[in-house]
Design a protein around this ligand. Sequence first.
Ligand code: NAD
Length: 504
Amino acid sequence: MTMKWNPATGTVAAAHGCLPSGCLNGQTLWIGNSWEAAAEGEGLAVISPRDGQALLRIACAKADDIDRAVVSARAALPGWRNMDGVAREKILRAIATGLRANASAFSLLETLDAGRPLRDTVHSAERAAGLFEFYAGLASKIMGRLAPQQSGRTGLIEYEPFGVFAAITPWNYPLSNAVTKLAPILACGNTVVLKPAELTPLVTLLLAEVMAEAGLPTGVVNIVTGDGATGATLVNHPGIDRVSFTGSTATGRTIAEAAARRLNGCILELGGKSPMLVFGDADLARAADAAIFTTFSNQGQTCTSCNRILVDNSVREAFTHLCEERLARLRIGDPLDPATQVGSVVSHGQIERIESLVRDNGGRTIGLPNYRPVPGGAFIRPRIIDVTDSTSPLVREEIFGPVMTLQGFTSDDQAYELANATEYGLAASVWTSSLARSEAARHRIEAGIVWINCVHALSPALPVSGHKNSGMGSEYGLEAIEQHMRLKTTVQMSGAWASPFNND
Ligand code: NAD
């Protein structure tokens, strides 16, 4: 199934060449390890944002389809949860091997489907494999403990899987979004129905067969393609024991409401409006590299993007100049060109969203000699905008596009006040050469992850946990175990139990 980009065959043929043959023609529901069409409806077209071409028609699952998928996941649950942890570990490691073996196909699909540059997506399978390996290692090491008890009584505290998960993912990093859900869900002995985003479902279809080839038992992972209504039907299905969702805060709120009604909890990874604080004592050249990378990589469509730049007024002019120089050098265009650093955003609809926010404040015009969009593609010129009004929607709402905002500050107190002036609390990046400032930043910034003199430094071992309106629960790290398993306490008497009533 490996495939390299061949311009002669065209993008649609390339996508089909990477996909499992059984899932073409609208048969994109993976239920019980086979491809099915939806029981009704015409499905949805998947459009490549690179050039506007229709890559595939996918099924849009409705209630009956979702029901079949949940039944399949429930049927697979006893076998998977009762499997020896070492056996589960081996299967997860085999999935990692399968990901690596199909790295070029995953890369090409992700680039065609999401517009992410090939130079980024070539690493997607390796990162996904690393995550599977991290949780594979845990699958055989999740242990309970004995609580101290009086003689003749044993108290056992252990974790057990929740059961059947509903996992729902957004469109921005399709492979990473899917495996971030799947690896801990599976390592902890749960089964799952996964719904990928309707805009970028293709890598998930390939992943389904890669997991089956690696020996994942039938029904442990089921995939239902579809839109928001599909997701809503899935999370409200009575056979779902827990929901893991990544996406916008608005959708996350509706999912939390559904989970609250059923009292079965959920994991939510939501939006962000993360700041980058550049203090006067920072290494300005490195800070400018970081500001450009965090704002414009993946076309700005990264939940943890720290594109709300707060800079000490004493270095503002110099820092702005460094950022503009770097922006002017960026290679923006065909995501299939290995030299491209910034590709297309996910859709023309996304361009409208971004433009509606920046329209009245278009920002400084910077010559972009390397801006070469593909005709028909969803391309937008990256820009830098100076903001003086700290109530502007530009610095309050998530733009999710290649737009940097710059605000100045005159004191550390003002920097933290501006940094925290948001409903979100996902991430932050701080640039300073002062140990005291680093220490203060750690305490004063309201965010789940704070990067000091770096940005987007992530690893499977580091939990990410959104504060404020950026989420509930966490992903990655050992902490994920507690999000994917529930506690059970067992008390066992070795002697005869005597009823307190007998003393009356
Ligand atoms: P979205 O909320 O519109 O959609 C996300 C997913 O939810 C899609 O699969 C969609 O079909 C589904 N969905 C839509 N309505 C639903 C409903 N009522 N019930 C159930 N499912 C529903 O988000 P998006 O536009 O796809 O993604 C962008 C957002 O995701 C941004 O806000 C970004 O910050 C966030 N995000 C967060 C993280 C994180 O880890 N915190 C990571 C990536 C993206």
